[in-house]
Design a protein around this ligand. Structure first.
Ligand code: ADP
Ligand code: MG
Length: 610
């Protein structure tokens, strides 16, 4: 009787093992680029066709391989980087398993030219599906060129599993970014389907980031630098105001190797807490230098996840050093609005008295249009309006406040620049957790969410302004140039008429570049990008909801400009906000349909003491 167990033929075993290393063309790109770096290359070219499905080539000027090594390197567990298991823990190079080339050669057609400096001529090796087809001596420059064609040609299931060329291309570009960011000292060229996507000269890190992601990044970056016993931390953060809805540029590197770490990402997010909106992500490029013995890179086959021996300490160090940079470069909001009015407050503040800064603004205020104020529909908030809340609450408990009536076309006066007893009642307020404004009302206690309240106030103000006959535009001295994806540009084009009506002015609208020469007076230059990003996000998710562009814009701007939770407000600001809120048409819900405040009735409080 023959046994059931058979050994798999070598080529099948190789194909199976290859699956672990090579998931998609981008994995090949990563392995080849890392090998080139390990070989000490100073210039690296990456050439791909059809999202890497037909061709991936990496050419380097590193130390190359001898004829023997040229043949050996395709054997499984062939590596020049490791000979004892202990060395694994002290590793400084990128590769160490000696699996990449063997895996790649098992599932594609590979052609390699390589030469070491000591030899006059080099070696050419051709392999297909692990079979060496050809090895010969050739004239070739010092260094190595590896060409990988027809990936997964012999594993149709894997090949069919690949995504479209553009998706695979995007994965390759991501991988390229990671490697290029880890090595600003290396010159990179990247060609796809015959056109040059990137030419990155040797540079410092800041310049490398700018070369990859565009000149607009230069002003966004804040340096990070901290030296501790556990790790050296360096790199850059993007200023909080550039946080985006979509996850974009978030990079961690440990000893110049890109890694993913939800854990450390959390530390970054916590350093940004209160500085950015909860649904946005800050950009970061953070580099750790650590003793290789204090990490374990070997836990993940593609090596993008690693284990830190002392992750709690690292978390704390990272968080505090980021906070330190944010503070040091003065990008953290100052708690007192008066200290830096231009930072987070969207409107002209200067000249207000220190004791009563107020967070309200005269809705008629418009530096470009002196006469608007008189025509404004804004209700003058009087004692009655505020009292209506008391009355309403007394009669109908909680939600009656939203029925505070909106009276139009009353004569416009300055609103709450200096709330005083004659204009509006001085309410006793206090701020809770830098988030809520609490005040006592007849029926009990009113707890207002400061962020939502301010959103509501600004939303109504902007809506009104945007509906005035001709929107007021502020000309920019230097047109802003913003880049968007092609699909986003399509949306922008479709909204163009509305945006013009709202005060935007455009120069060139190119395929992926938008030049903006004028913006609505309600927003500042620095906020344009955020507002447009936000507008796009809402337009995409709200395609079904029928909202006009001006409504979307008003909402978007209100959300972008509203004071965030986590800001402390002085008494004057708290009162002004409360008064402005109850001057709104609809004070109970935010422009995004969330409750602005809750009422805790006296009875509820009494019950707690029973
Ligand atoms: P690893 O990088 O884990 O050692 P690889 O399969 O990626 O395994 O590479 C096997 C060996 O081939 C490397 O250890 C190295 O000696 C050699 N090698 C691969 N690529 C290059 C290159 N571009 N230049 C010089 N040597 C290379
Ligand atoms: Mg390798």
């Amino acid at each position: 009787m023959t046994g059931r167990i058979k050994l798999l033929p070598d080529h099948v075993a190789n194909q199976i093992a290859a699956g672990e290393v090579v998931q998609r063309p981008a994995s090949v790109v990563k392995e080849l680029l890392e090998n080139a770096i390990d070989a000490g290359a100073t210039h690296i070219q990456l050439i791909v066709k059809d999202g890497g499905k037909t061709l991936i080539q990496v050419v380097d000027d590193g130390h190359g391989m001898s004829p023997l090594d040229a043949r050996m390197c395709f054997e499984r567990h062939a590596t020049s980087k490791l000979s004892t298991a202990e060395e694994l823990y002290a590793l400084k190079t990128k590769g160490f398993r000696g699996e990449a080339l063997a895996s790649i050669a098992a599932i594609s057609h590979v052609e390699m030219h390589t030469r070491i400096a000591e030899e006059e001529v080099g070696t050419l090796v051709r392999i297909a599906g692990s079979e060496v087809e050809d090895q010969q001596t050739v004239a070739t420059p010092i260094g190595t060129s590896i060409l990988v064609k027809n990936l997964f040609y012999n594993v149709p299931a894997r090949r069919n599993f690949l995504k479209s060329n553009s998706v695979e291309q995007r994965h390759i570009t991501d991988e390229f970014h990671r490697v290029a960011l880890a090595h600003p000292e290396i010159v990179f060229h990247f060609y796809s389907n015959g056109s040059e996507l990137f030419h990155l000269p040797k540079a410092n890190l800041r310049k490398r980031i700018v070369h990859i992601f565009g000149t607009k990044f230069n002003e966004k970056l804040v340096p990070v630098s901290e030296d501790t016993q556990v790790a050296g931390i360096s790199g850059f953060l993007c200023k909080p105001e550039f946080a985006r809805k979509t996850r974009g540029e978030q990079f961690f590197f440990v000893n110049n190797r890109f890694i993913k770490s939800p854990f450390l990402h959390h530390a970054v997010m916590s350093a940004f807490e209160g500085l950015i909106r909860p649904d946005t992500y800050p950009g970061y490029f953070i580099y750790f230098q650590m003793d290789p013995a204090s990490i374990d890179v070997n836990i993940h086959p593609t090596k993008t996840e690693i284990k830190f021996n002392d992750d709690q300490t690292l978390y704390a160090i990272l968080r505090s050093s980021l906070k330190h940079s944010l503070g040091q470069f003065n990008v953290a909001p100052v708690l007192d609005f008066e200290k830096d009015p231009s930072l987070d407050t969207p409107y002209a503040y200067q000249g207000r008295s220190v004791s009563q800064p107020g967070i309200s603004v005269d809705p008629g205020f418009n530096p470009f249009k002196g006469s608007v104020a008189g025509k404004s529909d804004f209700k003058q908030v009087t004692k009655q309006a505020w009292e209506a809340l008391y009355v309403g609450l007394k009669d109908k408990e909680s939600d009656a406040a939203s029925t505070v009536e909106w009276e139009s076309s009353e004569e416009q006066k300055a609103l709450f620049q200096k709330p005083d007893a004659a204009e509006a009642p001085t309410v006793q307020t206090f701020q809770l957790k830098q988030k809520y404004i609490v005040t006592s009302i007849k029926s009990g206690m009113l707890i207002i969410n400061q962020n939502r309240a301010h959103q509501r106030v600004l939303y109504e103000k902007y809506l009104l302004e945007l509906h005035q006959d001709s929107a007021v535009s502020q000309q920019l001295l230097f047109p802003l140039s913003l880049s968007f994806s092609k699909s986003d540009m399509q949306i922008i084009r479709s909204m163009k008429e509305d945006l013009l009506a709202l005060g935007f002015q455009f120069g060139d609208i190119k395929k992926e570049q938008l030049s903006i020469s004028g913006i609505p007076v309600q927003i500042s230059e620095g906020e344009v990008g955020i507002v447009i990003d936000d507008l796009l996000a809402q337009k995409k998710e709200g395609a079904v909801r029928k909202a006009t562009t001006s409504d979307l814009l008003a909402r978007t701007m209100a959300r972008a400009m509203a004071i965030k939770n986590g800001f402390s407000l002085d008494a004057g600001s708290q009162q002004a906000l409360v008064n402005d809120l109850f001057a709104c048409k609809e004070s109970a819900v935010s422009p995004f349909n969330k409750n602005v405040y809750v009422v805790v009735s006296e009875r509820d409080i009494d019950n707690k003491f029973n």
